[in-house]
Design a protein around this ligand. Structure first.
Ligand code: NAD
Ligand code: GDD
Length: 362
């Protein structure tokens, strides 16, 4: 694709969307970045990118953002880890409006390619009952028994994308992401997934001196976790490929949650007493990505080791937490600067949008 053609990234204020914008920007592409959140809450914001705050559940907003766009990467969704998706099924299902309206608008605007970010949560729950799970192949989404709420929305939107391709000729690509982690993502507030949540909890224990950690479930449940740079690479490769069906983009390095905690403890240089909360949201007992088809189609699969990716993630979350602590102490003694959760919010108070963007640039 010519670098003069515009790429639309939705959910650009979020974790994966923010990293995609960064990667396209570094490669010199013309980017339109859209999110419902105010700029002060974007994880990554770049001055030299066209940034918009819009609610993409609305068809008119989708029409506006798809104008003169060659490719759409749809990363926008109301989502989170188990703590969010188990308790917000209605909200998760409403993300169907985003993908549906974006598809309609993309078709009308003659967009060249459309990428949908689906999830391993589409897979049949009956195939994920054992922590010693057989890795999931793409065909394991059927017969359908997806994760209630969030997973069903993803499965429906996969099919919607497929039918827009078959009926209207819109070229669509669908990635089934397996749990993605890394810097510049959610690590607190209720939407965080296990890798970031465990980092935060270990850091809090280290800083507070309370040498214990709460783990949801019995810790024996298993997952594979994909580092963000692999996610960005796999997404771009899939979009550029000729492969039209949903494809796993996920790590195949299976670990238990206890093993994930071991890794973070080792990075932090600390040992904690583990308390298991078996009433907390747990999801499936085991989930892993079978990458046979991914290797065949893309000649590639995610390769960042969990240990390496977690080290980078831990360092970023540690910096966020300790930076916020120092902001708070500053506020305590000068009585003027409000204690905000992140650096960008501190600058958002009374500046024009353009000046804000310059301040936020990372
Ligand atoms: P994220 O929550 O960090 O980013 C999603 C962004 O979408 C948020 O910034 C949010 O504000 C935005 N958004 C929500 N509703 C919107 C609306 N109505 N209009 C415009 N923007 C809206 O999540 P993420 O981890 O970056 O996930 C990106 C995509 O990948 C999502 O579709 C998600 O379901 C999918 N996915 C992610 C994972 C993962 O582990 N991170 C796994 C499977 C699938
Ligand atoms: N979030 C979280 N926080 N999970 C914890 C914690 C904690 O403090 N402690 C243990 N866990 C356990 C959960 O109970 C669950 O069994 C496992 O860690 C993984 O939880 P998450 O990372 O929250 O979610 P998931 O892997 O079940 O599902 C995620 O990945 C899907 C793709 O594979 C979600 O983010 C989905 O939205 C996503 O589509």
């Amino acid at each position: 694709m010519s670098k003069d053609n515009r790429i639309l990234v939705t959910g650009a204020g979020g974790f994966i969307g923010g990293h995609l914008v960064k990667a396209f920007r570094e490669d010199g592409f013309h980017i339109r970045a859209v999110d419902i959140k105010p700029f002060s809450e974007w994880y990554q914001l770049f001055v030299d990118v066209e940034n918009l705050t819009l609610d993409l559940r609305n068809l008119d907003a989708c029409r506006e953002v798809t104008e003169k766009v060659a490719m759409v990467y749809n990363l926008a969704a109301d989502m989170g880890g188990m703590g969010f998706i188990e308790l917000n099924k209605g909200a998760c299902m409403l993300s169907v409006l985003i993908n549906t309206h974006l598809l309609i608008a993309a078709k009308e605007a003659g967009v060249g390619r459309f990428f949908f970010s689906s999830s391993a949560c589409v897979y049949n729950g009956d195939k994920q009952t054992d922590s010693n799970v057989t890795a999931l192949k793409e065909e394991d989404a059927y017969p359908a028994l997806s994760e209630d709420g969030y997973g069903w929305e993803k499965l429906f939107s996969e099919r919607m994308s497929r039918h827009f391709r078959e009926d209207y000729g819109l070229v669509t690509r669908t990635a089934r992401y397996h749990n993605v982690y890394g810097p510049h993502g959610t690590y607190k507030g209720g939407r965080e997934k296990a890798p970031a949540a465990i980092c935060r909890k270990v850091i809090e224990a280290k800083l507070s001196g309370r040498r214990e950690i709460e783990i949801w479930g019995d810790g024996k449940q298993t997952r594979s976790f994909m580092y963000i740079t692999d996610c960005v690479k796999g997404s771009r490769m899939l979009m550029e490929s000729d492969f039209a069906d949903p494809l796993n983009i996920g790590s195949s390095e299976l670990v238990s949650i206890n093993q994930l905690v071991d890794i973070v403890e080792e990075i932090a240089g600390i040992k904690l007493e583990r308390r298991y909360n078996v009433s907390a949201p747990k999801g499936v007992n085991g989930r892993n990505s079978d990458n046979t088809l991914t290797r065949k189609v893309l000649g590639w699969e995610p390769s960042t080791s969990l240990r390496d990716g977690m080290e980078l993630t831990y360092r970023w979350i540690y910096d966020q937490i300790t930076a916020n602590a120092s902001l708070f102490s500053k506020w305590s003694w000068d009585g003027r600067t409000a204690p905000h959760a992140d650096r960008s919010q501190v600058f958002s108070l009374d500046k024009s949008t353009h000046a804000q963007l310059e301040e936020y640039q990372l």
